[in-house]
Write a protein of this length. Structure first.
Ligand code: ZN
Length: 395
């Protein structure tokens, strides 16, 4: 029996999913855009958003601004799949967005995800055009493995401030590891964003987690007064409990990239985010054992399916270190980074540095991280380090 061809909504007796999940607008104020199911098999966020609308529409809370929620990959959702032709959360580089817009304008035939992307672009642009205050965007996901829910965000000061109200683990430097994620695109276009992995796909607890995340994000954005919605207290307590003994803030130090010929195999038992001791066995490949380089954190270990990321290696970030890096950034110390040997600012893109690895053999990655430069790409003798733009200039 093939289940993949039966639209999930129809199979359960419901109607197929539509783009607009809900909207609530009143007077002037901030805008919060919730995106749920950009991966079509991750539907917990849709139910979570519906619950939040039901709560806020009860009439006892005065909402300022706009809360609007959209379904992401509707076509895939209605088939119960992650995506149909391409991953809708990997197509948001500037070049890809321009290409799909040009294709549409030329009357070209769009595939399933290109159609989704064109519609999402129009909806988010329209919400930004209606906005009377700052625009926030939250992208809701779930994972195949069980684990603690966590938040990923591009490391800008505005986004740090926004996520700091959530008691979940906040992971810095993970969003920057992948090109073309949607939240990064909207950060570059004037929104304050984060993405949340809310728990396992089919766990009903993931709906509770994401409902709590939306409610706390709405409060942090300023859609209603702090404490005006009593349920935010329970939401905070729930997420705090989910975090358990994991650090509040953590950062990616390195990525263990793999290729099929490596025969990489992760040791069993690691959760999505997990502690590891120095020298602990993490994985094996054709060269032998891969052990922890120190006490730290294993992130997103690869257990199923294919991918180029075996795992990410990370560490906890103390609040003192957070404050230090914020102070450095307010001083705009990155102005002086190109005084380092082998480091030059990219003339075409001032948010990027090019590091000549033949000169800067031991490159100061920690310094770049402190200043928010977390997107690191290597090719041959050259490495580029890039950050999200700090100022919010819609364009
Ligand atoms: Zn996802």
């Amino acid at each position: 029996m093939s289940t993949s061809t039966i639209p999930s909504g129809l199979a359960s007796g419901k109607l197929p999913e539509e783009r607009l999940i809900g909207a609530l607008a009143s007077g002037s104020g901030p805008t919060l855009i919730v995106m749920a199911g950009i991966h079509g098999n991750e539907c917990a966020g849709l139910t979570a958003a519906r619950r939040v609308f039901r709560r806020l529409k009860r009439g006892d809370v005065s909402v300022r601004g706009e809360l609007v929620a959209f379904g992401g990959n509707i076509a895939a959702m209605n088939q119960g799949k992650r995506y149909i032709v391409r991953d809708l959360n990997r197509v948001w580089t500037e070049a890809q967005v321009e290409a799909v817009k040009a294709k549409e304008a030329a009357g070209g035939e769009l595939d399933a995800e290109e159609l989704e992307q064109i519609e999402i672009l129009a909806e988010v642009r329209a919400a930004m055009a209606r906005a009377t205050g700052p625009v926030y965007l939250v992208d809701l996901h779930t994972t195949s493995a069980h684990g603690v829910p966590f938040v990923l965000f591009g490391d800008t000061l505005a986004q740090r401030a926004f996520v700091s109200t959530l008691p979940l683990p906040l992971v810095m430097g993970l969003e920057e590891q992948v090109d073309g994620v949607m939240s990064g695109y909207w950060t570059r276009h004037g929104c304050v964003t984060f993405a949340c992995e809310g728990g396992q796909h089919d766990d009903v607890g993931s709906i509770d987690n994401l409902e709590a995340v939306i409610l706390l994000a709405a409060e942090a954005a300023g859609l209603f007064d702090k404490g005006a919605v009593e349920e935010t207290r329970a939401a905070h307590a729930l997420l705090e409990a989910r975090r358990g003994d994991l650090p509040r803030v953590m950062e990616v130090v390195s990525r263990h990239a793999i290729a099929p010929e490596d025969a990489f195999k992760m040791e069993p038992g690691f959760k999505n985010l997990d502690h590891a001791r120095a020298e602990q066995l993490l994985a094996r490949d054709r060269n032998g054992e891969i052990r922890a380089p120190g006490n730290g954190l294993v992130m997103l270990p690869l257990y199923q399916g294919q991918g180029d990321d075996g795992f990410f290696w990370g560490r906890a970030v103390s609040s003192a270190r957070m404050r230090a890096s914020e102070a450095l950034r307010h001083l705009r110390l990155d102005r002086f980074l190109d005084l380092l040997p082998g480091v030059a600012r990219d003339k075409a893109d001032p948010s990027r540095f090019i590091v000549d690895r033949s000169i800067a053999r031991i490159y100061p990655l920690g310094v770049f991280h402190m200043l928010g430069y977390r997107r690191i790409r290597s090719r041959a003798n050259e490495m580029t380090v890039e950050r999200q733009p700090e100022d919010r200039r819609p364009h």
